[in-house]
Design a protein. Structure first.
Length: 255
């Protein structure tokens, strides 16, 4: 809650600064166009504003879907750990696999998640993950039932690898730099067009400028926050791994 308070406070101040700069610019350098010319420019400006709003809205919705996908992948990874843990209970030597799964879950939550907030992964977690494969290779199923469990366990570890890889690939965000340049250029053009629109009433002008600038900055803020799902005020939490860690802990202490 504190993060959002700071963000909205900074955003409000930024809106006031941009409105003040726009008002000062109009006062010192009045737009050299007549009222009739201004009415003529209203059509192209409306088209520009609509096009920019569509682009910005499309990007935010796409990033929101991507954010939800990352959250789903993290949840699936955590649940796969539980499945592997259950499968290993029916295999000789499965205790070692269970132990390293517990270590992996704890390391993802405590080591890797904070690292992902800085755009990095945890070498400790990676080492534990590699150790999981070594422990699985050391398993020696004998009966037909054990071989079937082992085959499914290997499949689930492959799924775990896929989910982990997808999670890591999303650390640095998914929107290309060219899209950010398009958003910035479009925002600048929108502000230039806004400069030429003079309503004539100071209060109404400030209100109109504030609505346009505020909405633009709000959508840009959402795009920035959603682009990197493990950083910022809006981020994917390790809640799924916390729940799984609790499940594994209870399993270890079952009578």
């Amino acid at each position: 809650m504190k993060d959002f308070t700071v963000v909205f406070s900074v955003g409000f101040v930024l809106i006031l600064v941009v409105i003040g700069a726009m008002h000062l610019l109009r006062k010192r350098i009045p737009a050299p166009i007549t009222e009739q010319q201004q009415n003529t420019l209203l059509g192209p400006f409306s088209f520009l504003a609509t096009l920019y709003a569509f682009l910005l809205g499309f990007i935010v919705v796409t990033l929101w879907h991507n954010f939800n996908d990352v959250s789903r992948v993290a949840n699936a990874e955590a649940e796969t750990v539980v499945v592997i843990y259950r499968l290993s209970e029916g295999l000789p030597g499965g205790d070692a696999v269970q132990k390293i799964l517990t270590e992996y879950t704890r390391s993802v939550k405590e080591d890797e998640w904070p690292q992902m907030a800085t755009g990095e992964t945890s070498k400790t977690t990676e080492a534990i993950y590699e150790g999981l494969w070594r422990e699985v290779r050391n398993l020696a199923p004998k009966s037909t039932e054990e071989q079937a469990l082992f085959s499914e366990l290997v499949h689930q570890i492959s799924e775990l690898s896929r989910y982990r890889r997808e999670r890591i690939l999303h650390i640095m965000g998914g929107m290309p730099d060219v899209m950010w340049w398009a958003l910035l250029a479009g925002g600048l053009l929108l502000l230039i067009g806004l400069y030429f629109l003079s309503i004539g009433n100071r209060r109404v002008q400030i209100m109109f400028d504030g609505i346009v600038i505020g909405m633009m900055l709000l959508m840009l803020y959402l795009a920035v926050e959603l682009n990197r799902p493990f950083q910022g005020s809006v981020r994917v939490s390790p809640k799924a791994f916390e729940v799984v860690e609790s499940k594994l802990h209870n399993s270890e202490h079952r009578p």
